[in-house]
Design a protein around this ligand. Structure first.
Ligand code: IMP
Length: 179
């Protein structure tokens, strides 16, 4: 385990097993209909890579980037599109791939924006959902795991751009924040 990690919340094996289940569920739901997976960078990059490989329906992927926390651990609610999609959403089955649903502010803004582009369907999958935290109601079709309301890192999630490459998801030691 990395020396900055206090506790592992989800192991690599648990994440892998759940993504296989999610992929099966999505493949059943969409069948042969093509899906456009839209990941929100950068946190969801690892998740979309593994998720895409677990889906048997035809899949395309596209990315967008929005401004997030910077190096702080509290949600600002300020959302800015830094990189927009390359694909048109008109008439397509769009599945937004998120790393973690915290206050929901980022997704709320994004969904409103994406819905205005005429997708046939627009759904959300999030790997993690912070329990009891959502300040704005978001309808999320697929949720990987409910996690406690603590700041987590690993498997794409960062603190000050670090720890994204950890294969598991964990909680940092308090000392790391004061360094
Ligand atoms: P929301 O707008 O509060 O739902 O925040 C969503 C974004 O904040 C996520 O996509 C993450 O990039 C980031 N975020 C929220 N909670 C965490 C966390 O515990 N660890 C790392 N990033 C987080």
């Amino acid at each position: 385990m990395h020396e900055d990690i206090e506790t592992i919340v989800l192991t690599e094996a648990e994440i892998r097993a759940r993504i296989t289940e999610l992929g099966d569920e999505i493949s059943r739901d969409y069948g042969d209909e093509p899906i456009l997976l839209v990941a929100v960078l950068r946190g969801a990059a690892l998740f979309i890579a593994d998720l895409a490989r677990s889906i048997s329906s035809p899949v395309e992927i596209d990315f967008m980037a929005v401004s997030s926390y910077g190096s702080s651990t509290k949600s600002s609610g300020v959302v800015r599109i830094i990189k927009d999609l390359d694909e048109s959403l008109e008439g397509r089955h769009v599945l937004v791939v998120e790393d973690i649903l915290d206050t929901g502010l980022t997704l709320k803004y994004l969904l409103k924006n994406l819905a205005s582009r005429g997708p046939k369907t627009l759904e959300v999958i999030t790997l993690l959902s912070k329990q009891g935290k959502q300040r704005v109601p978001i309808s999320c079709k697929y949720i990987g795991f409910d996690v406690p309301d603590e700041f987590v890192v690993g498997y794409g999630l960062d603190y000050a751009e670090r720890y994204r490459n950890l294969p598991y998801i964990g909680i940092l030691k308090p000392a790391v924040y004061s360094e």
